[in-house]
Design a protein around this ligand. Structure first.
Ligand SMILES: C[S@@+](CC[C@H](N)C(=O)[O-])C[C@H]1O[C@@H](n2cnc3c(N)ncnc32)[C@H](O)[C@@H]1O
Length: 230
């Protein structure tokens, strides 16, 4: 304890060989209650709690049969899905390798690659009822570039969801800087009965990340057009 009576948390004793920002990141990790909790609860990432909190609020996971996890590594979200919907088959994709998770098929592949959507759908064996996307582009420090790159990932995730979800399905994605842009929001509103934004408590306050939650999938583009014509 410090003299002020406040617990100063774990201090890094040796910062040698680390840049100031690496030292700050490590210090924050060491003192983050979600990091400690994830270790104790057996989750591979603190991100697991973001899905837990979103699920508690919006009721997304229970009862799912087929789930796609975009940006799966290291696997926290898929662990939560498997716990909350043990009957669900999960197919995940990431640029990075992900250690095996029982009940999940994991691709080490770029989701932006042309062959990725077909590979995911083939592995799934039917339409997903939930598509979750926690992908984040590696930041380069240039705000506009970082924003555009992450929005590119989200756009592709939305496109995948609206072409493949089964009726009544749901979509969740990480978005930045004040939520989804108007064009994307319009697409989501056309295809889902409810579209909301949320920042779960586990999402760091100093991060600009938010999540968009779209529920009640009305149908694919072809299905909606056929309905309008008929
Ligand atoms: C915040 S992490 C996901 C954490 C995960 N939800 C969990 O609970 O463990 C974001 C992930 O998105 C992945 N990613 C970024 N761009 C990608 C792309 N084009 N294709 C596939 N994965 C990508 C990164 O490699 C990274 O592992």
């Amino acid at each position: 304890m410090s003299r002020s009576g406040r617990d100063p948390g774990t201090r890094l004793k040796n910062t040698k060989g680390r840049t100031a920002s690496q030292a700050r990141w490590l210090q924050r990790q060491l003192n983050d209650p979600y990091v400690k909790k994830a270790k104790a609860d057996g989750y591979r990432s603190r991100a697991a709690y973001k899905l837990i909190e979103l699920d508690d609020k919006f009721g997304l996971v229970k009862g799912s049969r087929r789930v796609v996890d975009l940006g799966v590594a290291p696997g926290g979200w898929t662990q939560v899905v498997r716990q909350r919907a043990p009957q669900a088959g999960v197919v995940g994709i990431d640029l990075l390798p992900t250690d095996p998770i029982e009940g999940a098929i994991l691709f080490e592949m770029d989701f932006m690659a042309d062959e990725a959507p077909d590979a995911l759908m083939e592995a799934l064996g039917g339409r997903p009822d939930l598509v979750i996307c926690d992908m984040a582009a590696n930041t380069v420090g240039h705000k506009q570039t970082d924003h555009l790159r992450t929005m590119g990932l989200v756009e592709t995730a939305v496109d995948f969801a609206v072409h493949n979800l089964s009726k009544g399905g749901a979509f969740v994605a990480k978005v930045f800087a004040g939520g989804t842009d108007p064009g994307l929001l319009n697409i989501l509103k056309r295809h889902f009965t409810a579209v909301k934004h949320a920042k779960p408590p586990a999402s760091r306050k100093d991060s600009s990340e938010w999540y968009v939650i779209a529920q009640g999938f009305k149908g694919t583009v072809a299905e909606l057009e056929a309905k309008e014509e008929g």
